[in-house]
Write a protein that binds this ligand. Structure first.
Ligand code: ADE
Length: 258
């Protein structure tokens, strides 16, 4: 079986970019089974209602847990095929969730590479989904875990962009998706929390803006040393809170950081 992820949303068109670029290729190439569902398909009233006023009062609307539970369960029975019996990892984008990290993306990619697990991303809108949904899902025998995750400390209007971000981060880590797995191994956050070094290409002299000469030296050890130094400097300057988490520093790293 191929890794499967379903997205449930009231705006399926928001997920149209899943047809493009690396994700689009992974889908058409049969490396991932990505499906998008309309939450309103699980409504039962004439107005296709997915939300209602908050108990206790206050601004905005809250999404109904009953509609959401049906929609998540319904992802298992798509079309005429027999129900998908894989265990569910339910992912809920929300600003109050745990911050999305490379480690979490890798954990999900590893989980989904196994044949008995699939993921459903539940995109909320308005003031969020009724708080009873997540604990109720955790009680279901077909639910392996529920993870509320956040893109960062800012507020989006809904979870769709967060779903796209998560999918971009996870699908590229699935087996066979990237042509060159070395590019994953080398990049930021894979082994340690250090930012990437700056990169350059032709022309070497662009209207007087020159590429750092060390990169044209052909001395691979010097290039590697320079890149490491740039990475560390950037990290200190832009993300000082990451420096405490650096491990495996060598003597030259310590000099750079001093
Ligand atoms: N939904 C609304 N804001 C969000 C955020 N910052 N991260 C993830 N999902 C969200």
């Amino acid at each position: 079986s191929v890794p499967r992820l379903d997205v449930v949303t009231i705006f399926p068109d928001y997920l149209a970019p899943l047809d493009l670029s690396l994700l689009g290729k992974a889908r058409t190439g049969g490396l991932v089974d990505l499906r998008v569902h309309d939450l309103r398909a699980q409504t039962t009233d004439r107005h296709r209602t997915v939300d209602d006023a908050p108990f206790g009062g206050g601004a905005g609307m809250v999404m109904r847990p009953d509609v959401w539970e049906r929609a998540i369960a319904a992802t298992a029975v798509d079309g005429d095929a027999s129900p998908d019996e894989r265990e569910l990892v339910v992912l809920v984008p929300t600003p109050s969730g745990r911050p999305l990290t490379q480690a979490f993306a890798q954990e999900l990619a590893d989980e989904l590479a196994a044949p008995d697990v699939r993921a459903v991303i539940a995109c909320g809108r308005y003031e969020g989904i009724d708080a009873r949904l997540v604990p109720a899902l955790r009680e279901r025998a077909d639910v392996r875990r529920v993870v509320e995750f956040s893109l960062g400390d800012f507020v989006l209007n809904g979870g769709e962009v967060a779903a796209l971000a998560l999918l971009e981060a996870v699908v590229r880590l699935l087996p066979g998706v990237l042509g060159n797995p070395d590019s994953v191994v080398e990049e930021s956050f894979t082994h340690e929390a250090v930012l990437e070094y700056p990169v350059y290409t032709r022309p070497a002299d662009w209207d007087g803006h020159e590429v750092p000469p060390v990169l044209l030296s052909g001395d691979h050890a010097r290039v590697a040393r320079w890149r490491r130094e740039q990475s560390l400097r950037r990290t200190v300057e832009r993300r000082p809170e990451l420096v405490a988490r650096l491990d495996g520093l060598d003597e030259l790293d310590v000099v750079t950081l001093a």
